[in-house]
Structure formats: structure tokens, C-alpha cells
Design a protein around this ligand. Sequence first.
Ligand SMILES: Nc1ncnc2c1ncn2[C@@H]1O[C@H](COP(=O)(O)OP(=O)(O)OP(=O)(O)O)[C@@H](O)[C@H]1O
Ligand SMILES: [Mg+2]
Length: 414
Amino acid sequence: MENLMEKMPRMLMGRELEKAMLSLPVYEPAICKADAGTRLTALDAMTDIYVPSQMSCEIYSKVYLAMLHSLKKKHTKNAIQQGNQNHRKLQGMGYHSVLGGSDSFSIIGPSGIGKSTAIAKSIALSGGNQIIATKNPYAQIIPCINVQCPHDCSVKGLLLAILSQVDVLIGTRYEHLAVKDRASIDNLIGTVSQIALNNILLIVIDECQNICRNKGGVNLVASMTQLINSSGVSICMVGLPETELFFGKEMQLARRSVGLSYSALPYDEYFIQFCETLFSYQYVTQPSKLTPELIELLYECTGGIVAIVVSIILEAQQIAILTGKEELSKETILLAYKERLKNVQDFVKITPKKRSQTSSIVYKDIVDIPQKSSVDETDMDILVTEIIDKARAEGLDAVELLTGQEILVEEENV
Ligand SMILES: Nc1ncnc2c1ncn2[C@@H]1O[C@H](COP(=O)(O)OP(=O)(O)OP(=O)(O)O)[C@@H](O)[C@H]1O
Ligand SMILES: [Mg+2]
């Protein structure tokens, strides 16, 4: 019998792990002298930057250990017994679970903090893309399958997605056969359990918040529990914080939702280092230095959400290049925040007293931001609601009233 443990790559720790995860694209300072088009194209390199955080390292070790744990169970006496039981189930005979639950876990955190990216990196470093082949008994083991929770929480959809990935990775035709035979959900769970038992170490299900947004969510979790129990495979559920509330409602789910929970970055060493790294990628003609004031501004505008920090610096540089300001400064960062990141502004949660630099006083300092009217947007909303209510109560035409107040303006046909 081969020693399966030797087939996994070595587990990395500390500095070695950070080095392996770090991704810094090539940057030539001479690019600042190139023409605007070249610089705008080169700017895209910023999306390839990856600076590992404590979260990335924790996710890596969790993913690695889950794979290892699952690998230990492969080709054991219990696994063979479980295989027989799964076969009995597929034949419609009596069934009981032998392997029991494995170490499944969840990774919970707000959107944009880098969960999916950290998982993808961890999977790659744990040898997730290399099939482990064994000779005696002959088997092909897939270290990790990474699927997304279907938007409608369809159990069948998820199981077919798993089969389809297995097919691509080891050249089988399970999905085709399952679709052709119009396999029932119960049958599909049996088939996937059997395949997971023999061929899969870890299944990652991303975007699990769909579970609590959809009626079918409970069903999906129940079928995943069944899959875990009858295959010994580890399952990692990834989702937004609301998923945790859903898991917490039932003990059976709570036990399986044990895992990692994160929030946005605090204002600390890592955040500063992260900003410094991003600032070393400047594509404007007058590169600037990162000052403590700018770091605070960046934290204020992004609330410590990694994805927004990257976007705001990227957008600010684009604006600087396109408008000819050619400097990554407070002015361009605020312009990017106000003009390009409108949609995320409501999601950035920071304490109100910290909103000093992004408050309207600062906007007034910037001449370029057009101030449409003296009434701000919330006041405007209240005004519109009041007018509509008045129109309803008095049976008047709301459109006419709004036009009269110059809130609604008729556009000329072009
Ligand atoms: N440590 C990091 N260094 C640099 N960039 C990062 C880092 N972590 C995440 N990013 C960037 O942030 C963006 C969002 O990351 P990701 O999609 O992993 O977030 P998420 O937590 O999965 O969000 P969602 O819940 O919306 O799926 C990506 O473009 C990624 O490149
Ligand atoms: Mg994600």
C-alpha cells in the first residue's frame, strides 16, 4: 500500500508561506515617461498584486489540513465499507453511514475582503490542481473541487456542477450519464458520494449566502450533510456574514459551520504596508509619496475592504492620467471615491467621527467636482417624497408639481 501522505506537497509556514503567496508584478519606473495610452494599459497590472495577510495564511492551513485529513481516510477499511454501503443505497437497499462527518468548515466575511482569492491561492499551494495518482489500488484523486452555490440553491445544479468538474479533471463522463439517465436527486447524491469517497479530498462551495436568501437553502444544506456523512469528504462553505446567522439557527448546521470568520481590515501595520505596496505601482508622470494623511484618507474611503483599496488607487490613477492632473494625490483619490465608487459608499462602514476627510467640507475644496445644487441628495429624497404624498392626498399631478419645482426636467429628444 502506498503512503498517500507523501503525495501532498509539503506544508508551508511563516515567511516561506508568505513568500509563496506574495505576487508582485514587474514594475519599471520608466513607464511614467511613456504616453498616456501605454500607461493606462500598464495600469491593469495592479490587479495582479497580492499581499498575503493573516487571513490568507489561516485559510491556507485550514484548506491544507482539510485535504490531508480527507486523504488519510482514502483506501482505508472504513472507506471500502462505506463504498459498499453507497452501492447498496444506489440499488435501493438498506443503508447506514460508516465514515461519519468529516472536518468541514466555513469561511465567513464581508464582500471584497479577499476570501475567494485567498482560497484560490491556498488551493494552488496545496497542490489542488495536480491529480494524485495511485497504482495500488489504481485511483485518481482530485485534491480540490471549487464550485459556486447555485443562485436558486438547486441541489441537482450543485451536484451536476461537481460532476462536471470531476469530468474535466479526470476525463470521465459522469455528468453526461447523469443528465442522460435523468437521475433523481437521491441517486445523484449516491453517485457523487461514491465519487467523492474515491476521488475527491475537498469540495469548496463559494457564495453560500444564496442558502439563506432562498427557500431551497435548507434542502441544499441537508443534502450536503448527507454527502459529508456518506463520503468522508471535507466541505468548505464560503459566504457573507448573513450565512453565519443562518447556520447558527440549527445545531446540526452550527456544528458544521465551525470555522473562520473575518471582517474588514483594521487600521494597522498590514493596512499601511498594503497601501505602500500599491503606491509603489504608480503610472502617472509625477509619482508621489505616501503620507500618513493619505493612508488615513484611504482607510476612510474604503473602510479597510481590500478590493476597494485596490479599486480606488487604480481609478484615481486613471482619473489622474485622463484629466492631465498626473498625480496620485488627495484630490484624485477623492475624485475616484466620489465619482467612480458611488455604489460602494453605503457599504463602507466606518465610525462617523472618522469621516473627516471625506465629509462635504473636503469636497468643497476641490474645484473640479460639480455641485449640482445646494440641496443634498437625502434632502432631495425627502422633498420628492413630500411632493408625491401631497399630490396623492390632493389628487394633483405629481409630475407637474415636480416639474414646477424644477426637480424633474424634461429632456429634449435628440
Ligand atoms: N491580499 C490581497 N492583496 C491584494 N489584492 C487582494 C488581496 N485580497 C483580495 N484582493 C483583491 O480584492 C478583490 C476581491 O477579492 P475576492 O473576490 O477574493 O473577495 P471576496 O471576499 O471573495 O468577495 P465576495 O464575497 O464578494 O466574493 C480581488 O480583485 C483581489 O484581487
Ligand atoms: Mg468571493
